[in-house]
Design a protein around this ligand. Sequence first.
Ligand code: NAI
Ligand code: MG
Length: 338
Amino acid sequence: TTIPATLIPGDGIGPEITEAVVQILDAVQAPFAWDRQYGGLAGIDHGGEPMPQATLDSIRRTKLALKGPLTTPVGGGFRSVNVRLRETFGLYANVRPAKTLTGGGRYEDIDIVLIRENLEGLYVAFEHFIAVGDDPEAVAISQGVNTKAECRRIVRYAFDYALANGRKKVTVVHKANVLKALTGIFLTAGKEIAKEYEGRVAMDDRIVDACAMQLVMKPEQFDVIVTTNLFGDILSDQIAGLVGGLGMAPGANIGPDVAIFEAVHGSAPDIAGKGIANPLALLLASCLMLEHVGEGQKAKAVRDAVDAVLNTDKIKTGDLGGSASTKDFAAAIIKRLA
Ligand code: NAI
Ligand code: MG
């Protein structure tokens, strides 16, 4: 059986890492039938828009996408294509796993999944300036929005994720001591929903600043973290740093019907075209996608091959201190899968 899926190679290093990942997925006989579409600068080159209608139509049809990094053109009034995708398909849950794959980092055994609310909070960007005297931008105002329904939905997603993935604890991260309404509503939803999972998944909570410190000092205390949009944006990059940086960080954007999988990093214009980018983040994103469609065994085969290549063969790209090219690294994975 084949599963139709949209493939957006993207910009910069996007096409290089996408090609590597598609070859590896072919080697493991992944079921995806790719519908290749443009986005970002490539979208502008091929028809004038960073998020072409044809790409949106494809995702609406397949409900499943693997997406390379997209460059949002500076100026020209373009909105972030990533935000556009989130809003168009209501992708409310951003899932960001951070797991140690190879030694040499600050910690040896990190395995944290951060689940970020992706649509609300301060990122709704109800913003404006107020003039004082002759300065039109003397005061900046921003209003955040969190709804009870959305807080409950994302917390429930986190608990269901924990159950489905054999995890023991969900930590609700907030700032309810200061932002009593905006993030108090989130903590309250956390406590409410947690009751339904009592005896199956434990719940605790942290204030975001203390959580940031503890993630650095004692990260092994965390299992699944669920938090609001802004805090999740920051903490998810922090946990990526704990396990070796953006080159290894995958992400999933999940909505009621559509799921889009991506590397967390951008198009890396500084190394684009050189053939040296690390394809691991996008490859791990494709593993999340395999798991999403019930092909967990194929995902495990890829993860095991990654483990063997990094830790036994000691083949790594430059960002991880090695000297392998993107193609060398992909070839080593495919050899391990054979
Ligand atoms: P970036 O993530 O592209 O690069 C930051 C640094 O990490 C660079 O030194 C880069 O060489 C390195 N790096 C990133 N991915 C790597 C990989 N796979 N292997 C080896 N090294 C890697 O962030 P930057 O420079 O801030 O953004 C560049 C462009 O990407 C911007 O146009 C931005 O809008 C876009 N972007 C797109 C995202 C997306 O589509 N999800 C996310 C973040 C940025
Ligand atoms: Mg971010």
